[in-house]
Write a protein that binds this ligand. Structure first.
Ligand code: SIN
Length: 248
């Protein structure tokens, strides 16, 4: 389909249902400027404005995820669900490929429904009712820079999808720092196990980008990882993030 054209309500409903069924949707050969990307996102909910990243071409809801040829600090390298550090984490994100390296730069996705389903009954019981802390500054040295803007939040480790009612694991190595009422050190064995379990290859898919590809994923029941295997080349993506509900 051509996402640059306005979308009929039935088509929007079809895309929404496809997202619930498949978790990650790929639209090839699109031609989208930032304002249109924001419009497409708004068909599915209100858009998050990132307090740490400015917008793109005057569109404050569209962030640019950029790796320059000689850029050391790449926006990549850790599995996560977008803005899980927010009290209202994201419903889903749309990422659009603007500039791509000649090779590499794929994005991996993990199905957190499967990650939950495949835990043993005993482990599921252990996690029942537990919460974990998510914080935007977990991997940033200058914690003070963030702390004024975003306090850490507690979310259930097992969340129920508000539309499908399926249970999924909701922890990620980028933003989840500890279990509620425990120190970071005490939390490590459980979190490390869950991080490793969640990204078993059996639960993942890998998207290879081409120019004009748009990927729409459900952040409530997936994690993703941007591979950093294209050193010396540049990559530019535009992203909108749709606001979701309070996890339960
Ligand atoms: C993201 O983490 O949202 C960006 C993923 C990517 O650049 O592939």
């Amino acid at each position: 389909m051509d996402l640059s054209e306005s979308l009929d309500v039935n088509v929007v409903q079809e895309i929404r249902q496809a997202l619930l069924n498949h978790l990650v949707l790929v639209f090839r050969d699109q031609s989208l400027y930032p304002a249109r990307l924001a419009e497409i996102g708004r068909y599915f909910g209100s858009l998050h404005i990132n307090p740490f990243v400015s917008g793109t071409d005057g569109v404050k809801e569209v962030i640019s995820i950029r790796s320059e040829e000689n850029h050391e600090k790449r926006f990549t390298g850790l599995w996560h669900s977008d803005i899980s550090w927010d009290a209202l984490p994201s419903l889903g994100s749309m990422l659009y490929a603007v500039t791509l390296p000649d090779w590499g730069g794929d994005t991996l996705f993990s199905n957190m429904n499967l990650a939950y389903d495949t835990l043993s009954p005993g482990y599921k019981q252990l996690l029942e009712g537990l919460k974990a802390e998510h914080r935007v500054d977990r991997f940033h040295h200058s914690r003070a820079e963030f702390s004024d803007v975003s306090d850490p939040v507690m979310h259930p480790i097992v969340r129920t999808h508000p539309e499908t009612n399926r249970k999924s694991l909701f922890v990620n190595e980028y933003f989840t720092s500890r279990l509620a009422d425990m120190s970071e050190q005490e939390s490590r064995p459980i979190l490390d196990y869950l991080f490793a379990h969640s990204i078993r290859p059996d639960f993942t898919c890998r998207i290879s980008w081409s120019l004009g590809t748009l990927v729409f994923w459900d952040n409530r029941c997936t994690q993703h990882y941007a591979t950093n295997d294209y050193v010396g080349q540049s990559r530019l993506m535009h992203r909108v993030t749709i606001t979701g509900d309070e996890p339960f």
